[in-house]
Design a protein around this ligand. Structure first.
Ligand code: E4P
Length: 219
């Protein structure tokens, strides 16, 4: 399973990269705004800064919502760095744009996916990644992990190359459940990734090993 971090915060990206388990980054307009990144120049510079830190794919989302504008914006984003994946919303114009990018060999991430039917359209259009939002479905009392299972099953049935990117991951159990189901990638905040480290028996066990070692050394 590939681990992507879902943030535009350079410190969090550096920290995840330093752990040695990071495979990529996803961003969205809200995450960019949270970091105070504004204006085309500023946004493009920030994407370049992210690409310079991470060794893997970096999703950069288009703001445009019409085919022509998405194509223009996506092509410009793709020019920033080879690592850029053009993130396109799951709307009619978006599916057309994904099809266009796919024919041009530009990587895409179909975002804001909340149903298996939408995921099927993304795969047929040739998306590199499809992003079902697990946490946001859970927020409205719909089982987000169940959607991952449905999409993985459908993609396996037909051998679609589109990678299932479990997005809107909120906590370690989401990661484990999506991994059990065979999601190709997960994206979540640094806190969800680092929470995977935690187990009280590890802490207790290490404390005992170190204490025993110290005791033996003093004999
Ligand atoms: C997907 O790539 C989105 O950026 C993201 O995962 C949304 O997550 P949220 O629901 O925590 O905002």
């Amino acid at each position: 399973m590939k681990f992507f971090i879902d943030t535009a915060n350079l410190n969090d990206i550096r920290e995840a990269q330093d752990l040695g388990v990071l495979d990529g980054v996803t961003t969205n307009p809200s995450l960019m705004a949270k970091e105070g990144i504004t204006g085309k120049e500023g946004v493009f510079r920030h994407y370049k800064a992210i690409c310079d830190i991470v060794d893997g794919d970096v999703s950069a989302e288009v703001i445009a919502t019409t085919f022509d504008e998405m194509v223009r914006e996506g092509e410009e984003l793709a020019e920033i760095d080879d690592k850029i994946v053009v993130k396109v919303p799951m709307i009619r114009e978006g599916i057309k744009a994904i099809n266009y990018f796919s024919e041009k060999g530009i990587k895409t991430n179909c975002t804001l996916v909340f149903s298996a039917g939408q995921a099927l359209l993304a795969a047929k259009a040739g998306a590199t990644y499809v992003s079902p939002f697990v946490g946001r479905l859970d927020d409205v009392s719909v089982d987000g992990v169940a959607l991952i299972e449905q999409i993985v099953t459908i993609y396996r049935n037909y051998g679609y190359a589109t990678q299932v990117l479990a997005a809107s991951i909120r906590h370690p159990m989401h990661i484990i459940q999506c991994a059990e189901l065979g999601a190709d990638v997960m994206t979540g905040p640094l806190s969800a990734i680092t929470a995977l480290f935690n187990h009280p028996l590890t802490d207790i066990g290490l404390a005992k090993f170190l204490a025993d070692h110290k005791k033996a050394g003093t004999k």
